[in-house]
Design a protein around this ligand. Sequence first.
Ligand code: ADP
Ligand code: MN
Length: 255
Amino acid sequence: DALEREIEEILGLRERREKDSELYKIANEVFDRTTKETLAYLHRRGKIEELYGVISTGKEANVFAGVDSEGNRIAVKIYRTYTTEFRRIWEYLAADPRIGYLPKDMRKLVFVWTRREFKNLQRAIKYAVRVPEPLAFRNNVLVMEFIGDELPAPRLKDVEKDLTKTDFEELYDFTMGVIERLWKRGDMVHGDLSEYNILIHEGPVVIDWSQATVKRNRMSLELLRRDLTNVSNYFRKRGVDVVDPEEKFRELVER
Ligand code: ADP
Ligand code: MN
């Protein structure tokens, strides 16, 4: 039908006829009716011209590389509308004072989750944190700036073997700076800050803002402590003379 044709157009299959490509396989697996309709909507609005590759497949979401109607490269994060992470997502959203109404329906809960990640990106970008620019969202689909050149930028985890002690020291300072600025100026905490969520592209870029929340959240202190602890452990193991995370935690939360 018309929707299927539009999806094929988005996937560029009519020209390329690569029905056995990884892109096609993943799309076939994870694009349910809602997702297809959402992609078609974003296509008509020019937000997604084409998806041409799979960047990442995860439990909760898949990330695709694409272009918008102006030829800008984009990364498109598509949450699964059926997720085994329902409980965790529900708990995180329930604790967030910005979220008024929590749908009982899993699909709609995922829409709220997606919108929150978009809002988090908009908020984080203001506090001098380099993040992918948020471009559009609808339902379970989030469109953002693509970070990378030809290929998507590597994660800190992917390049760590090539880094020197000085590189680690600089990255540690950067990451602590992010935690501090977000908390003090943005009243915000990332909540999943690690070597897997920092891309290296002309400097570090912080991604994956799905768990991020505001200071007023009753879980925010726990998340702040978790970020400080994870970041400190990681950089300590790579030879950086790190500040005690508990000390940093007290410094940030006192006053
Ligand atoms: P999750 O960890 O929940 O699956 P992420 O937001 O961390 O989702 O994205 C998964 C992977 O996709 C990242 O590790 C990164 O490699 C890639 N990625 C995410 N956003 C972008 C982006 N804007 N540009 C390039 N690559 C991205
Ligand atoms: Mn991630």
